[in-house]
Design a protein around this ligand. Structure first.
Ligand code: DAK
Length: 256
């Protein structure tokens, strides 16, 4: 199964499980992840979610093979699917802790940003490399990265496409803590267990209020982001950027 759900007491452990493609998000992965979240929500015994990835990546982003073939119309539909999932996580009734076990790039970083809390392994590398592909972050990254880190840092990371390692991620507030790879999951489950001991109603209401405080104007901004992302698929640079990745060569951008 490309996305697994394991019950660990009151904690739902959700694992992206497509390690051969570094857990890249195909439409099927997005649907599966949404289905696992539905299962968690329907189970009254589960009160916190830990989201992680199998293998050396948390998630290397949206599936470039799938996106490489998309035009603006498909890109808009794919964006909407990603937005729905990110919104579902951000608005999920229970806290979601992301255990970033390795690469969290592009849509993978945006998935992590939609979670309540991120903790990372020392092997994590996080960033928004979309401009290297001739597009821009399209699953909420233009909005959430600035809110989680700082406006200046978000601009630098998005404009340069530079990924950050775990220590820098900690310094800029992108993650709350860093652990050795073998200790990451236990640390995430321990934090989840601590939260699960608190009254679920109070935690859930607090999450809703924090979202209100931090998400002002988010729906309108996300709609603009979806349009900007879709428009990028009408450019030659998007075709060149994605073809270059798949052909394993440097991209030659022309600004068209
Ligand atoms: N998509 C599809 N396949 C991917 C992938 C991806 N994002 N990332 C890696 N893979 C595949 C590779 O093609 C390779 O497959 P095979 O060739 O073995 O069949 C396998 O995973 C292992 O990858 P590598 O051989 O490249 O592994 P390395 O350790 O050498 O390098 C890497 C790891 C993470 C540095 C490298 O794989 C990499 O740079 N990956 C791409 C990272 C990236 O650019 N991610 C951002 C994708 S763009 C939307 C809005 C937003 C988005 C989408 C839609 N809408 C508004 C519509 C999001 C966009 C993105 O996420």
């Amino acid at each position: 199964m490309p996305v697994d759900l394991e019950r660990r007491g009151p904690v739902g452990l959700v694992t992206l499980n497509r390690p051969e493609a570094l857990n890249a998000l195909s439409p099927e992965m997005l649907d599966q992840l949404a289905a696992r979240l539905d299962e968690v929500e329907a189970d009254p015994g589960l009160r916190v979610v830990v989201l992680t990835g199998a293998g050396k990546a948390f998630c290397a982003g949206a599936d470039i093979r799938h996106m490489g073939q998309a035009g603006p119309v498909e890109a808009r539909a794919f964006a909407a699917l990603g937005h729905r999932l990110a919104d579902r996580i951000a608005g999920f009734p229970h806290p979601v802790i992301c255990a970033v076990n390795g690469y969290a790039l592009g849509g993978g970083c945006e998935l992590a940003l939609a979670c309540d809390i991120r903790i990372a392994s020392t092997a994590a590398r996080m960033g928004q490399p979309e401009v290297n592909l001739g597009v821009l972050p399209g699953w909420g990254g233009t909005q959430r990265l600035a809110r989680v880190t700082s406006p200046g840092m978000a601009r630098e990371l998005i404009y340069t496409a530079r990924p950050v390692g775990a220590e820098e991620a900690l310094r800029i507030g992108l993650v709350n803590a860093v652990h050795p790879p073998e200790a990451l999951l236990d640390a995430a489950l321990a934090m989840a267990g601590e939260i699960a001991e608190r009254p679920a109603g109070a935690v859930s209401a607090a999450k809703e209020m924090l979202n209100l405080a931090l998400g002002a104007d988010m729906p309108a901004a996300l709609a603009r982001e979806r349009d900007a992302f879709a428009l990028a698929f009408a450019t030659e640079d998007q075709k060149e950027g994605m073809a270059a990745f798949l052909e394993r060569r440097p991209a030659r951008f022309t600004g068209r």
